[in-house]
Design a protein around this ligand. Structure first.
Ligand SMILES: C[S@@+](CC[C@H](N)C(=O)[O-])C[C@H]1O[C@@H](n2cnc3c(N)ncnc32)[C@H](O)[C@@H]1O
Ligand code: SF4
Length: 344
C-alpha cells in the first residue's frame, strides 16, 4: 500500500509580506471559496474536473533578457520553442472549456512578457466576461503605459505582480537587462494611480523580487520602498543560483525525504503552442502531458499518463522517482543562509 505523506507543499522558499488587505476586503465569496479549494484540493487529494488555475503563456517573446530567467538561459542554449503569440482562438477555447468545469483563475504568462501580446486587453476582458474569478499576470512593467493600465483595469484585471528585483538603478538594470528603473517605477506608480482613480481597490497589486547574488543585501530597502505602496511584496531565491550558492551540483543537494507537490491538484500550464505542462518550473518541457490544441484540457488533467504517474508517485511518498522533481528547487532540504530570515 502506498503511504500517504501528511503534508503537501507548493513552494516553501517563496516568502511573502502582506502590506495591505484592502484588496481582499473587496473580494467576493466566490473568490474566497476558490482560495479555500486551492488549499483543500491538494490536502484531500481531490482531483477536480479541470484545473482550478491555468498559467497561459500568451507569448514566449520578451522585451528583456533578465540574467536569472529560464527564458534567457534557454535562449542562450538555443532551446526555446518557436517564438510567437498565442492564437486568440486557442485562448478563448481554454476559457470556454474551463469555466463551466471550475476554472477559477488564470495567469497570463509563463516564459514571456504578457504585455507584448497585441490582444492582452481583449484576453482579460474575455476571461472576465466568461466568469474567471481571478485574472492576473506578472510583468516587467516596461510596456505599461498609462492608457494600457487604464484599459486593463477597465477590462477587469484582478491582480498584477510587478517583477522589479531592485529599486537601485544599477542593480535593476544589471539584472533586468533592457529595463530602465525610472520607466519601471513611473509605470507602476501610474498603474496605482489609475487603480485609485477608477475605484478598483479590490485589484491586488504585488511586487516581486528574486533574491540573488546581485541584490541579496537589498531586501530591507526593497521592502521599505514598496510596503507603503502595494498590497504584497513577494521574494524568492533565484531558482538557478541556489545550486551554485550551495556549492553543490543540483544532484548533490540534500533533498526533502517527503514531498508532495500541491500544484498537481491545483494548476496546469498551457504554453504558447498549446503544449500542456504540470509544473510551473518545467521550462524545458520534460513533463509534458500533451497538447491542448488536440486534446481537451479536462482529459489531459484527469487522465494523461504523465499526470497520473506524477500524482501517484508524489502521494505515495516517492517523488524522487521523477528525475525532474528530484532536481526541483522546491524539494531542497535547505535554503541559502541569506533566505533564512523572518520579516514582520
Ligand atoms: C518568467 S517571468 C514572465 C513574466 C514577466 N516577463 C515578468 O518578468 O514578470 C515570471 C516570473 O518569474 C520570475 N523569475 C525569473 N527568473 C527567475 C528565477 N531564476 N528564479 C525565480 N523566479 C524567477 C520573474 O521575476 C517573474 O516574476
Ligand atoms: S522580463 Fe520576465 S520573461 Fe523576460 S527575461 Fe525578464 S523575467 Fe524573463
Amino acid at each position: 500500500m502506498p503511504r500517504t505523506p501528511t503534508q503537501t507543499f507548493v513552494n516553501k522558499n517563496l516568502h511573502s509580506s502582506a502590506c495591505s488587505n484592502q484588496w481582499l476586503e473587496g473580494r467576493d465569496e466566490a473568490y474566497k471559496a476558490y482560495r479555500r479549494n486551492w488549499h483543500e484540493y491538494p490536502k484531500n487529494r481531490h482531483l477536480s474536473e479541470f484545473p482550478l488555475h491555468l498559467d497561459i503563456d500568451v507569448t514566449n517573446l520578451c522585451n528583456l533578457r533578465c540574467t536569472m530567467c529560464a527564458r534567457t538561459i534557454l535562449n542562450h542554449e538555443n532551446a526555446l520553442p518557436e517564438l510567437g503569440y498565442m492564437d486568440f482562438g486557442l485562448f478563448t477555447s481554454l476559457i470556454d472549456q474551463g469555466v463551466p468545469l471550475g476554472l477559477a483563475s488564470i495567469k497570463l504568462n509563463f516564459l514571456g512578457e504578457p504585455l507584448l501580446h497585441p490582444r492582452i486587453v481583449d484576453m482579460v476582458a474575455y476571461a472576465k466576461q466568461a466568469g474567471v474569478i481571478d485574472v492576473m499576470f506578472n510583468t516587467n512593467a516596461m510596456l505599461l503605459t498609462p492608457s494600457l493600465s487604464e484599459a486593463l483595469l477597465r477590462a477587469g484585471l484582478d491582480s498584477i505582480f510587478f517583477s522589479v528585483d531592485s529599486v537601485v538603478k544599477e542593480t535593476l538594470e544589471r539584472i533586468r537587462v533592457g529595463a530602465r528603473l525610472e520607466t519601471v517605477l513611473e509605470n507602476i506608480h501610474s498603474f496605482l494611480e489609475a487603480r485609485k482613480r477608477l475605484g478598483r481597490a479590490e485589484v491586488q497589486v504585488g511586487v516581486n523580487m528574486v533574491l540573488m547574488e546581485e541584490n541579496k543585501d537589498e531586501l530591507d530597502d526593497f521592502l521599505a520602498y514598496w510596503r507603503p505602496l502595494v498590497d504584497r511584496v513577494n521574494w524568492s531565491h533565484d531558482h538557478h543560483y541556489i545550486f551554485r550558492s550551495a556549492g553543490a551540483s543540483v544532484d548533490e543537494c540534500a533533498r526533502l525525504e517527503e514531498f508532495c507537490c500541491a500544484q498537481l491538484w491545483q494548476r496546469a500550464i498551457v504554453c504558447v503552442d498549446g503544449e500542456c505542462l504540470p509544473c510551473c518550473l518545467d521550462a524545458k518541457r520534460e513533463l509534458s502531458v500533451g497538447n491542448a490544441k488536440t486534446t481537451p484540457v479536462s482529459e489531459l488533467w484527469t487522465s494523461s499518463p504523465m499526470f497520473e504517474r506524477l500524482r501517484r508517485l508524489h502521494s505515495g511518498g516517492d517523488y524522487k522517482a521523477v528525475p525532474t522533481c528530484r532536481r526541483c528547487v522546491f524539494t531542497l532540504a535547505d535554503i541559502p543562509p541569506y533566505m533564512r530570515r523572518e520579516v514582520e
